[in-house]
Design a protein around this ligand. Sequence first.
Ligand code: 13P
Ligand code: SF4
Length: 365
Amino acid sequence: MQAAAIAFDRFKPLQDDACKSRIVAAKAALGKRAVILGHHYQRADVYQHADLTGDSLKLSKLAGQTAADYIVFCGVHFMAEVADILSKPEQVVILPDMNAGCSMADMANLAKVERAWREIGEVLDPDQTITPVTYINSAADLKAFCGEHGGIVCTSSNAKQILEWSFARREKVLFFPDQHLGRWSGYMIGIPPDEMMVWDFDEPLGGLTPEEIRKARILLWKGHCSVHQMFQVQHVLNFRSRYPEGMVIAHPECNFEVCKMSDYVGSTDFIINTIAESKPNTRWLVGTELNLVNRIAEQFKPQGKIVQFMAPTVCMCSTMARIDPQHLAWTLENLVDGKVVNRIKVPGREAELARTALKRMLEVV
Ligand code: 13P
Ligand code: SF4
């Protein structure tokens, strides 16, 4: 009989430093059989162990390219699902803590999206007139829904091009779960604000009249990111009054007014690259997650760049922070021992349809 996996309880009391040396040793023992992918929001004591880092789009592409047997995903649940869907069937994807979810992704689910589709069907034929577009921050079954209904996935770095792709096919878009990314991307392609209606999934007919649904070009799911909603116009105004020469850069999950007041808006990779390419001795106000902002503040200090966090309060992605050195050490030592813990496996048909929607996206950008 095969021995059981090592229990996490043995790792819980370990100090971070002890975990660090165990992670390094386990990685050395696994060699090329394991690759660690890390999202930019990971805490520093986990991020330092990542072999490959990136925003959601880059990490999806990397997951489809790596030859490793094990893909250990230091990110959140939907990212590990995408890695599983895009990697080869024999590759194993692991999420070190199954509780590392995304509160925004949880704001939409299949039952609610199917209900919306049915209710819209009382007003017009959605399969003829609407492209469902899901932000990659969503469960695999919602990506599968898009795959099945002629829809597509987008990320924060390609949402504008994905909307253009969608409008080239059908006249309307149902965008979920992030209303802010949908609104900003719609604005970027010139859709007037009164043709972007919020779909309140708790209300019959999304809280809209049939006339509003007929008029809308984009129906925006009433979801948001709890981290990015903390950034406010007042934070930008305070910065601009103190540092008129300073630059403001925001993630498109921030609300519309914050995005509109920013000099640049883009994904986590875009934020890092824009500041990296800026002139020395510049000052930046950054509207995205704290771990990333702290990291780049240190990284660019030697170039005289001052990088400030947009909000006065601590805004961290607490779900991503569940991936800690203890969980990473636990999963890796089990792999060294030949045991897989916390595997993410999207079921067959769902994976196939979700892959269709993801591949449509990857063909666009
Ligand atoms: P990026 O794709 O820009 O890395 O964003 C992912 C995310 O969840 C932002 O909150
Ligand atoms: Fe989800 Fe927001 Fe965390 Fe991004 S920052 S993973 S959208 S909860």
